[in-house]
Ligand binder design. Structure first.
Ligand code: XIL
Length: 368
């Protein structure tokens, strides 16, 4: 109650005092406002769903893998199959089959599902990068969103509309947005273009702006949070709907979660009607002990601190892990342990045995 009263008084003024949420990250976005583009949001759920991202290419080959998602998840989403380059590798080729497989799998087993993502620097197909004019690029993006949303409308609860649009290190290099093909071709307005197209094409879907490195203490991470708040504010100022900020939550064991900052961040977003959703939770355990039990104990503490921080203001829309089992994780490929020991990033180990932090998440979500 006390916390709510503080919010009614205007919330923590830190961002406003510094006048940072007004920073013009999306210069020119207001020109894109279309009256009535703010559609109705889906009704809030009663309990917070637990979900995970599944790799379509592994589903057929590994029955235990498939079963893990059925046993533990309320929501099962495609990890990669709805990314632009996989859906449409050439202008002439659409490849809906893997995404269809995941969506059908989820829905036929009574799960919900959601999409990631229309715009991501890591998934722009070559044929798009070879388009010449700004108008052609904009048309390709909008058409892509329309066709994909048309196919899945009514079946996905929401979309990560844009993913990782904030510069990796804005604090040091002074750039707010990541230098991507989309930014170079369309400027910052690629963000409102994508949100507006998604809102139009799937008015019921929850629209999410998804991002990493918003969770930790330090000026680098504070800067990223400030930029996220300004993007959200500028979309809203342009009458463009954004329903939630996605915290990827790839949790580095060697970084400190900033609970105070996350509380301020959630309150600030909540005051604008925007929720949080945890979209890609896993553990990056470079620095944790090699002993699996000690590794899992350290991960439990990290996840617990993170959940406390996230739930401090209001429960998130969902908590989603980036896979279920250590057997298959991007961490093994991209960020392996320097000591050569096995990484344990996910809630089930390689033999599909649950770790203590899976139980913790489930208990936390059940009592939200
Ligand atoms: C990764 C997947 O896990 C890999 O399978 C794929 O090869 C590349 O993409 N942040 C994101 C995710 O937003 O989309 C990335 O997923 C991991 C980092």
């Amino acid at each position: 109650m006390a916390a709510r009263r503080r919010n009614a008084d205007g919330g923590d003024p830190i961002y406003r005092r510094r006048n940072l949420t007004r920073r013009s990250v999306l210069a020119g976005a207001a020109a894109l406002a279309i009256p009535g583009s703010t559609g109705p949001s889906r009704a809030a759920r009663q309990t917070v769903p637990f979900g995970s991202a599944i790799q379509a290419e592994i589903m057929d080959a590994d029955a235990a893998y498939r079963q893990a998602f059925l046993d533990h998840c309320d929501l099962v989403m495609p990890m990669n199959a709805l990314k632009f380059d996989l859906l449409r590798p050439t202008r002439e080729t659409w490849n809906f089959e893997p995404a269809d497989k995941v969506v059908d799998f989820a829905l036929s087993h009574g799960k919900t599902t959601r999409g990631t993502c229309h715009v991501w620097w890591g998934a722009t197909p070559d044929w798009v990068t070879m388009l010449d004019s700004e108008a052609d690029v904009e048309r390709a993006l909008v058409e892509h969103i329309e066709q994909v949303c048309d196919r899945y409308r009514g079946r996905l609860v929401g979309w990560d509309v844009v993913n990782e649009v904030i510069a990796n290190d804005p604090f040091y290099d002074g750039q707010s947005l990541r230098d991507t093909f989309w930014l170079r071709k369309l400027g910052p307005r690629h963000i409102p273009i994508a949100f507006e197209a998604t809102a139009r094409a799937d008015p019921e879907a929850r629209l999410v702006i998804n991002e990493y490195d918003l969770e930790y203490r330090g000026p680098h991470f504070e800067e990223r949070r400030v930029i996220m708040l300004s993007i959200v504010r500028q979309l809203q100022d342009a009458n463009i709907r954004v329903d939630a900020v996605g915290l990827q939550a790839h949790l580095y064991m060697d970084r400190e979660i900033d609970a105070d900052a996350l509380l301020r961040f959630s309150r600030e977003l909540d005051a604008s009607g925007v929720k949080l959703i945890v979209t890609e939770l896993d553990i990056i355990d470079w620095q944790s002990p090699a002993d699996p039990e000690a590794q899992d104990a350290a991960a439990l503490e990290k996840v617990s601190t993170f959940l406390d921080a996230i739930f401090a203001w209001k429960p998130p829309e969902a908590v989603i892990t980036w896979g279920m089992t250590d057997r298959y994780s991007w961490i093994n490929d991209v960020m392996p342990r320097p000591d050569g020991n096995e990484s344990r990033p996910l809630p089930l180990d390689r033999s599909f045995r649950p770790k203590p932090w899976l139980d913790l998440i489930k208990r936390r979500l059940a009592s939200a």
